[in-house]
Structure formats: C-alpha cells, structure tokens
Design a protein around this ligand. Structure first.
Ligand code: AMP
Ligand code: MG
Length: 348
C-alpha cells in the first residue's frame, strides 16, 4: 500500500488535505493524525471492517478495545449512554486528554470495543484532530499509531518508521504536546453512589478528577503487575507495552545513590541512561538521554517515548532510568515506565 504523507501546520489552510483524509476514512481506509497526547491510527469507528484493518496495521490483538474520537463532547450521546457525571467531566476536561468509558449504543460494533458492552470516548484538543473530526459524520476509532509493543509515537517520524505502507494517509502535524496517552476513567456505581475507576493515568491527574467526582478508585493494574490468570478491568493493560529491545531497568534510591550507581555502571559496561538534566555534569556524555529537570514531570512526559526509541538504537547492553514518584503526573510516567521495564525495578 502507498502511504501519502500530508504535512500540515495550519488546519485552516489545509482544507483540501483534511477533506481527502476524511474521505479516506469514510471509505473504510486508515488515517494517522496528530493529537495533543500521541499520534492516533484512525478508522471509521462504526465500521467493523475498519476496526479489523486498524488491528492488522498495528499488529494488535483484536480483543484490545479502541477509543472513539469525537469533535464535541456532546457527540458521545450518539454512541454511548452518558449522564450527569459524564457531562460534569466533559465540562471540566473536554476537549482534552481524558477518555471516558461508557455503556455503548448498538450502532458501535463489537469489533471496535473488543467485544465489550462499553465504549471509550475522547474529544481531543488539537486543531488538526478537531478539524479532521469535524469533516467526519462518524466517530474515528484510533489507538496509538505505533506497531503493537513499540512506544507510542509523538512525532510523525515515529509513525513513518512503524506504519509506512500499512496505512493510507499520515498527517504530520509536528510534535505531540503532552507525549503520554490520555487518562482513561470508567464511570461506576455502587450502594454509595457514583465513582470513577482510573484505568490508565495520564495528564488529567487523580487530584484533578477528584475535583469533579469525590471518589476515584485506581484500578490495580495501573500500579502493579497482575498475577497469573488475574483479569484486568481494562483489556489493554494485560499486554506488554512500550518494550524497548534493550532491557530497561528502573532505579529506586536517593539521588546520590542512583548517581553513584550510574557512574559505576558507566565505568564497567555500555549503558544507555535516561538521566535528569542536573546529572549531566556528573556522567559521561556517551549514550546519555536527558529527560528534563528532576522536578519537571511535564517535560519528562513530553520526552519519554521519543527518548526510549532513541536510547533503544544505541545497541547498549542495558538501559537505565529513574523510577518516577507515583503521584500527580508522575503516576502516568510510573505506569508507562514499569511497563516498558517489564516491572524491573532495582533498589540502589
Ligand atoms: P490506545 O488506543 O493504544 O491508547 O489504547 C486504548 C486502551 O483503552 C485499551 O488498550 C484499553 O486499555 C482502554 N480501553 C478502550 N476501550 C475500553 C473499554 N471499553 N473498557 C475498558 N478499557 C478500554
Ligand atoms: Mg497504545
């Protein structure tokens, strides 16, 4: 398949390209588009065939559900059963990096939802994604636009490396702002009323969610490795994710102890290091990948996936990174990094 690449900086002047991309989606084709979180691999969310094509292009198991993207939060009512809590979340966080899992309506095929009776809905806050979705009279199902098992793409070059020849169109809209996938919550209810289950942490933090809904329960798979045979609440959580080819080890210890450990390792073996900016003067420059300042989690989130891809190209025998603190935006970093490291944490 020939893949067309459209480079778009301003959606207002790229109307022709966006109409062409929407027409490709309408006919059942695949279009990669930029969002504020990561790039998405889009197909018609109401077409079982398009969902199958998405799974095939990514090499992703078809029981791993897709998120459908809409241009306005109110569009969710066409595809899912919403309610008062959904509307409060939408007013606070949409458009933006929040995905809400809701009971699905019949017109959404099971192929899109991985066989579930629920559907995940998101309204992205990116001018190109918004402009594309407005051209579509259907929701766009889109997982991250990487080959299954690779880090999510945050620039078009990553997408081109993974999916060239496997999709119809790639829209290059520059770097993704946030760099980590959306926060996913499920709306739940028990005898004490409504609550949110956090299925995947992201840029909308637990504290921010708590401002809209007092009770936020973190699903066990967010922080821990599930035991054999244990079923995750969110199917995607069972797969090994973002795994670099070089084994990644997360270091847990005081800043001084971690630095001393890294210096010793650099003297003894070839290692790639995702380090803090403050550590640069104390380490050898070779295969060093600065993720940002120690306390700048926003920059770390923005850089993580890109640097994992870069560090993986070094051919080192091991890759080291700091174990992030699991709160605020750190929870999202922690969740992605323990998956990339296949839960390998070394105390130093
Ligand atoms: P991605 O599209 O790569 O960002 O991954 C989407 C993830 O959203 C899946 O792997 C699931 O973990 C989660 N997800 C999507 N739909 C549902 C759903 N209906 N119920 C629970 N989790 C979902
Ligand atoms: Mg993904």
């Amino acid at each position: 398949m020939h893949t067309k690449v459209f480079r778009i900086t301003d959606p207002l002047v790229a109307v022709t390209e966006l109409r062409e991309a929407a027409a490709v989606l309408r006919k059942g084709g695949l279009v990669v588009f930029p969002t504020e979180t990561v790039y998405g691999l889009g197909g018609n969310g109401l077409s079982a065939d398009a969902a199958e094509r998405i799974y095939a292009a990514k090499g992703r198991p078809s029981n791993n559900p897709l998120i459908i993207h809409v241009h306005h939060p109110a569009e969710a009512d066409k595809y899912a059963h919403t309610g008062e809590l959904y509307r409060r979340l939408a007013a606070a966080f949409m458009p933006g990096p929040l995905t809400v899992v809701l009971p699905k309506r019949d017109l959404v095929p099971y192929a899109t939802t991985g066989g579930l009776d629920t559907v995940a809905v998101r309204c992205p806050d990116h001018p190109i994604a918004q402009a594309l979705l407005k051209e579509c009279d259907f929701p766009v199902a889109a997982p991250s636009a990487n080959l299954s098992g690779k880090p999510s793409p945050t620039v078009a070059e990553h997408v081109i490396a993974d999916l060239s020849g496997r999709v119809d169109v790639i829209i290059d809209g520059g770097e993704s702002d946030i760099g980590l996938e959306s926060t996913i919550v499920k709306l739940d209810r028990d005898q004490n009323g409504e609550y949110l289950t956090l299925l995947r942490p992201g840029a909308i933090t637990t504290d921010a969610l708590t401002c809209v809904c007092e009770r936020v329960v973190i699903a066990p798979a967010v922080l821990e490795q599930l035991k054999d045979g244990e079923r995750p609440l969110s199917p995607g959580m069972m797969y090994k994710h973002y795994a670099p080819t070089i084994p990644l080890v997360l270091l847990d210890g005081t800043p001084e102890d971690v630095l001393a450990f890294l210096q010793k390792e650099q003297a003894e073996k070839s290692c790639a290091i995702l380090c803090y900016l403050e550590e640069i003067p104390h380490l050898k420059a070779q295969n060093l990948f600065p993720v940002g300042e120690k306390n700048d989690l926003t920059t770390q989130a923005h850089c993580l996936f890109s640097l994992l891809r870069e560090a993986d190209k070094t051919g080192s025998s091991v890759m080291y990174a700091h174990l992030p603190p699991p709160d605020g935006l750190g929870l999202a970093l922690y969740n992605r990094m323990i998956r990339a490291a296949a839960h390998t944490i070394q105390k130093v």
